[in-house]
Design a protein around this ligand. Structure first.
Ligand code: BGC
Length: 760
């Protein structure tokens, strides 16, 4: 009886919630119908315009060119303006001086935190911790919204398998399954369950689509791929973000199948709206419309109409819509219905953000003073950063270090504030970032002596170093001969008990337009590393990087490597936490580390080919391999060590036959065989042995991040259902095909236990 009552209450609740959503939608519709009736076609086109505002100077906004445009109803929103005061000043013009008083939306690239900066997204993904990732987005939303922002150009969910591409730093690695979960977590974190709350902001999923598959990893380059690859391997994270309710989407710069994404009706209308039912609005990337002139798609009027026809709603920076749509309308290249639809979607977003109720909802100076870069947020960022680091090597348990004796901290990244937060940290205050030196000092106090030397320039080539140090992240170049700089570091290290070498990439060596054809640590730093190793002292490399690097030599010669990516504003403290064992590393790679750049793209879920190598072989004539390097990575997907050690039992399956009505469970026991409590990401992969299209050799299907006390054993259970085995076949139908499957469980994609089952 009690159960029946609960069920009845539950259904009444659902009906009420549904009714209230409907009544909200109905209210919004009435409101916007009324508003749009009053709007001229110019005012509607104005809403589609997202101009580049530069940095607005408080007090001067009113007289500026942008102020004039806003007053004339020619601006739908602005982006990358920092501070409540500035945002309020321009919002005031829109709300008080434009004819219809329509408020503007304010965007920003809040990519991995606001002033409290979290690790770069690639690093965050290595936590495999969805709660932590969601929390990072929530804190970012809290801080950004306290400073006037209500829309973020994040998450970036582009799958990337090419570490030459600098923007691999901004995504979640190479796997579509993990990438989808992260996409959902980020959207939840930013948007919460109510966009109109003043501490949530609207997400913008980017870059739609396949931006990460640029040829040769060269930014903005051509993408061309089969539909089955798209649907199975690249599109799922965007779809997951849409399903999670993302309010907006950004078109990518690249072309897909010969059509720039910005003009792709297939992507923007057929996939996004018709197949996925996306209801939000689509914005171009920065001058994405204008760039179609260089793509060879026509003049500004032509490319602007192509974009609107494809399904683009808002034009970022280029003002192609603003300056040509009226004419195109008269000439029949676009329709009023298309302009109305785009305008309505943008107004709907503003409505949902609560801007029509209260245009200054996100402009509370008090919040700006008290909710940004708080001790509490920094503490969370520090803990999350520690979880994102990946321990790549730790011979003879060199790590963790003792908080005593003398530590020589050497390298161009040892004490560099501006390079700690990483790429795309628009709101970061570099002077507040904690460097590694600071982190080590804070952790050791007067218990240890820390000696420091630069040891080398970032790179021997001065002009390269300039390109790798833009946007306030310049390096102060040491003009002495390289050998003299190395000698000084070696001398300083002579009395040390351990050498910590802070090496790798600068923040701007990854990110937008920072593709590299050589993905090794720069030679000047390698020379330094060789000299440090020659001292015979234990050497720990603290590796800064925004991409997988080719570390074959380092893996063979350096006893300990802790990959810390770019850990955000609290990176220095978090690195110290891990180096000294206050935190046990648990990060696992989400992108493969190759042996050399020639192996790229190298990813774990590749196909088998018709000529796979024999078991245990690295080269066989007429097999799919290279004559100069094996097919193996240095560090595979899912890999990462811990100060604990784990062993896995064999897999037990509840049944070896799976069918549509009956799932199977796979259980495995994981034991922490060490004396240190630790965390392990237990990973589940499957392989579909025979398919109507070729299937990957492994596919991630589940994972569980568990905590194990020293000596503890835990049983981990995964349920596998027919849905987990579905893929898009050559008709793009999402199906599971009966037949034989393998299942693998392990601590990375290479070292796994194996079992088999059948799908009936
Ligand atoms: C980037 C986007 C970014 C936009 C706005 C572009 O160059 O590709 O990711 O959101 O600029 O700053």
């Amino acid at each position: 009886m009690k159960r029946l009552a609960t069920i009845v209450v539950f259904f009444i609740l659902i009906i009420c919630l549904d009714a209230s959503a409907q009544s909200n939608d109905a209210k919004m519709k009435i409101f916007l119908d009324n508003l749009m009736k009053k709007m001229t076609i110019d005012e509607k086109i104005g809403q589609l315009n997202l101009p580049g505002s530069g940095d607005i100077v408080t007090g001067q906004a009113s007289n500026s060119d942008i102020g004039k445009k806003i007053r004339e109803g020619k601006v739908g929103g602005l982006f990358n303006i920092k501070s409540v005061a500035k945002i309020k000043a321009v919002q005031k013009i829109a709300v008080e001086e434009s004819r219809l008083h329509i408020p503007m939306i304010f965007g920003m690239d809040v990519i991995h935190g606001y002033e409290t900066v979290f690790p770069i997204p690639l690093a965050l993904s290595c936590t495999w911790d969805m709660k932590a990732i969601e929390r990072s987005a929530q804190i970012a939303a809290q801080e950004a919204s306290a400073d006037g922002i209500n829309w973020t150009f994040s998450p970036m969910v582009d799958i990337a398998r090419d570490p030459r591409w600098g923007r691999i730093a901004e995504g979640n690695g190479e796997d579509a399954y993990l990438g989808s979960l992260i996409a959902e977590a980020m959207v939840r974190g930013y948007q919460g369950n109510d966009l109109s709350k003043n501490n949530t902001i609207m997400a913008c999923v980017k870059h739609f689509a396949m931006y990460g598959a640029a040829e040769a990893g060269r930014d903005y380059n051509t993408t061309d791929m089969s539909r089955v690859r798209m649907y199975n391997e690249y599109l799922p994270p965007y779809k997951a973000a849409v399903d999670a309710g993302a309010g907006s989407i950004m078109a990518s710069f690249n072309e897909v199948d010969g059509i720039p994404a910005t003009a792709s009706k297939f992507l923007m209308t057929d996939v996004l709206r018709k197949q996925w039912g996306f209801k939000g609005f689509v914005v171009t990337d920065y001058t994405g419309i204008n760039e179609m002139i260089d793509h060879g798609m026509g003049d500004l009027q032509q490319v602007s109409s192509l974009a609107l026809n494809a399904g683009i709603d808002m034009d970022m920076v280029g003002e192609g819509f603003l300056t040509t749509l009226q004419k195109s309308l008269k000439e029949g290249m676009v329709t009023v219905a298309q302009i109305n639809a785009a305008c309505r979607r943008i107004l709907e977003a503003k409505y949902k953000l609560g801007l029509f109720d209260e245009p200054y909802r996100y402009c509370n100076e008090e919040r700006a003073k008290t909710e940004i870069f708080t001790d509490a947020s920094r503490k969370e960022a520090r803990a999350i950063a520690a979880q994102s680091f990946v321990l790549l090597k730790n011979n003879n348990n060199i790590l963790p270090l003792k908080k005593s004796g003398t530590i020589a901290l050497i390298g161009p990244l040892a004490d560099n504030k501006a390079n700690m937060p990483g790429t795309w940290a628009v709101a970061a205050k570099f002077d507040k970032a904690v460097t590694l030196l600071q982190g080590l000092k804070d952790a050791t106090g007067d218990k240890a002596t820390i000696v420091v030397a630069k040891g080398s320039n970032l790179d021997a080539d001065e002009s390269f170093e300039k390109r790798a140090g833009m946007f306030g992240k310049e390096f102060i170049r040491d003009m002495r001969p390289a050998q003299e700089i190395i000698d000084e570091a070696v001398n300083i290290s002579k009395n040390a008990d351990v050498i910590v070498a802070a090496l790798g990439e600068s923040a701007e060596m990854s990110g937008e337009c920072s593709s590299r054809s050589n993905i090794e640590i720069p030679q000047s730093q390698k020379d330094l590393l060789m000299a440090l190793l020659k001292t015979g002292k234990p050497v720990v490399v603290v590796l800064f990087t925004g991409r997988p690097l080719a570390l074959k030599w380092e893996n063979e010669n350096v006893p300990a490597i802790l990959n810390v990516w770019f850990g955000g504003s609290e990176a220095g403290s978090a690195i110290a936490d891990v180096l000294f064992g206050d935190e046990n590393p648990s990060g696992k790679l989400t992108a493969t580390f190759p042996q050399n750049v020639g192996q790229v793209p190298l990813y774990y879920n590749h196909k088998n080919t018709g000529r796979p190598l024999g078991e245990g072989k690295w080269f066989e004539k007429f097999k799919s391999n290279f004559i100069d390097v094996s097919n193996d990575p240095v560090y595979p997907f899912g890999y990462g060590l811990s100060y604990s050690s784990f062993i896995y039992s064999d897999i037990k399956l509840s049944n070896t036959v799976l069918n549509a009505s009956k799932n199977i469970t796979a259980t495995i026991q994981v034991t922490n065989t060490s004396k240190i409590d630790g965390k392990e990401v237990v990973q589940l992969y499957t392989r579909d042995l025979v398919g109507s299209i070729t299937r990957p050799v492994k596919e991630l299907k589940g994972f569980n991040k568990i905590e194990l006390k020293a000596g503890e054993t835990k049983t981990v259970t995964f349920t596998i259902s027919v849905n987990d085995l579905k893929f898009y076949n050559s008709d793009l139908k999402f199906v599971a095909e009966p037949g034989d499957f393998k299942i693998f469980i392990g601590g990375n994609s290479r070292d796994v236990k194996e079992a088999a089952f059948k799908l009936l």
